[in-house]
Write a protein that binds this ligand. Structure first.
Ligand code: FES
Length: 176
């Protein structure tokens, strides 16, 4: 059975290489988790095609692989957004209202309930433990950039700046 894959990975070299790895380790006990980790390292998530390939090549039921992927929080079945927004919820940030920022971010990024990624695929929001710059609490990181001493106002500005950057990248001829 073939399922629709939103972003087909089957034709990529990386997929072929991973399939070869599945075959090479098909009979190794305990190989599934490291192979899933490797798959996620390559694609940023576990594509459905990879689960199907792993099941077929390693003669393991797909349901078993799904079971592992959904059991361990480290695995994700959907691609990460272009921007990974890490919201610190360590102690210093928590007492400085990081949860208020979470609500604002969820709303501003338009992340559907129960999801972590915006519908346009641009932003993934994830809570993390201390980011190591508590004196700047509350703190978020967007990809490699750190933003501290945040207020709701600042969060709105930052997100709008990222969105505006995306828009101008899409329409180089400029504004409205
Ligand atoms: S608790 Fe947020 S940076 Fe340390």
């Amino acid at each position: 059975m073939t399922r629709a894959e939103p972003q087909s990975v089957c034709q990529t070299e990386a997929f072929k290489q991973l399939s070869a790895d599945y075959a090479a380790q098909a009979s190794e006990k305990g190989a599934m988790i490291p192979l899933l980790q490797k798959t996620q390292e390559v694609f940023g998530y576990i594509p459905i095609d990879s689960i199907e390939a792993m099941a077929r090549i390693m003669s393991v039921p797909e349901s078993e692989i799904y079971g592992v992927v959904t059991f361990y929080k480290q695995f994700r079945l959907k691609p990460l957004g272009k921007y990974l927004v890490r919201l610190c919820d360590g102690t210093a940030c928590h007492v400085n209202d990081s949860m208020v920022l979470q609500d604002i971010l969820t709303d501003e990024l338009k992340i559907p309930a129960g999801e972590d990624t915006s519908a346009d695929g641009l932003f993934t929001l994830t809570p993390v433990a201390c980011l190591g710059c508590c004196s700047l609490a509350p703190v978020i990181m967007i990809n490699e950039e750190t933003f501290g001493r945040l207020t709701p106002q600042k969060v709105w500005q930052i997100i709008r700046r990222f969105r505006a950057g995306e828009k101008s990248a899409e329409t180089p001829s400029g504004g409205h």
